[in-house]
Design a binder for this molecule. Structure first.
Ligand code: UD1
Length: 361
């Protein structure tokens, strides 16, 4: 049988992790082309993931870069469109909810190509967030819907999706299961940073709404300084710029409790999370990784696409009021947590998705 052509659009850090999880299965049966939009372009945000997770070099490298969202998405649609029009794949895979995913889905839809959305159906019902807008549009033009959780499947059902909807589980769980042993063996990040297991918090902040004005980060930093805990803070480039512009970087650097680092590799973030006392993050990827590694997590948001982590007591949402944030850090909040990863599948989502695509394409 002639191999089908699949194009996979990736652009941001979490896409590379998901790509690594599914690529080996897809490439066994299909002709696979990787399109890297260039949304994340720094080595630490992109190349290190390709190297560490043995992902082949992208077949197409575009230059979507940064800019206001309309510009980013517009440029993405245009450039991905040219590539897809030339190679006319049987299916275009997009992951999650980033601007790269939206651009890939819209370009494919306008060319009449089949679209497989991995992480379909995740919602937080807040249309102020760019990712929610992206998710809605992507799901409205997709052909195949691969849902990470039952709840995501149900939310799509409510929106009238009845065909080609599959609850296959979360590729991030596949990836954590596959890589955690290697991360334990290979990562030296604790030694490098002079940390002891269960003696520090991990903090990550990257969302636009937390980096528009200094109130939120200032509050987070002040509160964490008062706790006297060690805090490891791998900083996203957007957040780094913001900390520098607002003078907050200096404040953090003057504390011996805070360790500010560049974005860390995949193995290092797994090791940091697994050995942490508590994870504090506005990323839904980190939130899930903490859950899979059985670490408590304070979510720096007031809504989440993955309520499973909260319902089970493993994570707590926190809108940024000082007293609420202080309270959310207490260890007793998480004493009855049940880290039930099976809510996100069995770690074999990649196999399931690729066998469905084999059957359907
Ligand atoms: C994007 C996704 C978000 C995802 C996140 C993963 C959208 C709307 N958001 O957010 O859903 O959770 O990726 O990390 O697509 N920058 C650099 N170097 C890089 C990458 C970014 O300097 O390698 C800077 C950009 O110049 C920009 C800022 O960081 O000013 C934000 O980057 P952008 O790609 O727009 O969005 P993210 O915040 O990374």
């Amino acid at each position: 049988m002639k191999k089908k052509k699949i194009a996979i659009v990736v652009g941001v850090r979490p896409h590379f992790v998901k790509l690594a999880a599914i690529y080996p299965y897809l490439v066994k049966e299909h002709q696979v082309k990787i399109i890297h939009t260039g949304q994340h372009f720094d080595n630490e945000m992109s190349k290190v993931f390709f190297d560490q997770l043995s992902i082949p070099d992208p077949d197409f490298r575009l230059n979507m870069g940064s800019g206001i969202h309309t510009e980013q998405v517009g440029r993405g649609i245009l450039d991905i469109g040219y590539v897809l029009n030339d190679c006319r794949p049987d299916c275009v895979i997009v992951f999650g909810d980033a601007n790269s995913s939206l651009a890939g889905a819209v370009a494919a839809a306008k060319l009449g190509l089949s679209i497989a959305h991995i992480e379909a159906g995740a919602r937080n019902h807040d249309m102020k967030l760019p990712e929610e807008v992206n998710r809605l549009i992507i799901d409205s033009v997709s052909t195949f819907f691969f849902c990470p959780t039952e709840a995501a499947g149900i939310s799509l059902g409510h929106r009238g999706v009845t065909q080609n909807l599959f609850v296959t589980g979360d590729l991030l769980l596949d990836s954590v299961k596959k890589n955690i042993e290697t991360a334990r063996r290979k990562s030296n990040i604790l030694e490098e940073l002079g940390l002891r297991s269960k003696d520090y918090y991990v903090l990550t902040i990257h969302r636009a709404d937390n980096t528009i004005e200094p109130f939120a980060i200032n509050l987070i930093i002040d509160t964490l300084l008062e706790t006297g805990e060690n805090v490891v803070f791998p900083v996203h480039p957007r957040t780094r710029k913001f900390l520098q512009q607002t003078g907050l970087e200096q404040k953090i650097l003057s504390s011996s409790r805070f360790i500010l680092t560049s974005p860390v590799s995949y193995f290092d973030i797994l090791a940091l999370i697994e050995n942490s006392k508590l994870v504090i993050s506005d990323s839904n990827g980190i939130q899930r990784e903490a859950y899979f590694l059985r670490r408590p997590c304070v979510i720096l948001r007031d809504s989440t696409e993955f309520p499973e982590t909260v319902i089970s007591g493993g994570a707590l949402m926190c809108n940024l009021q000082k007293d609420q944030f202080q309270r959310s850090l207490r260890a007793e909040n998480f004493l009855s947590a049940v880290f039930d990863e099976t809510r996100f599948g069995d770690g074999n989502s990649a196999i399931k998705i690729s066998s469905i695509l084999r059957e359907k394409l």
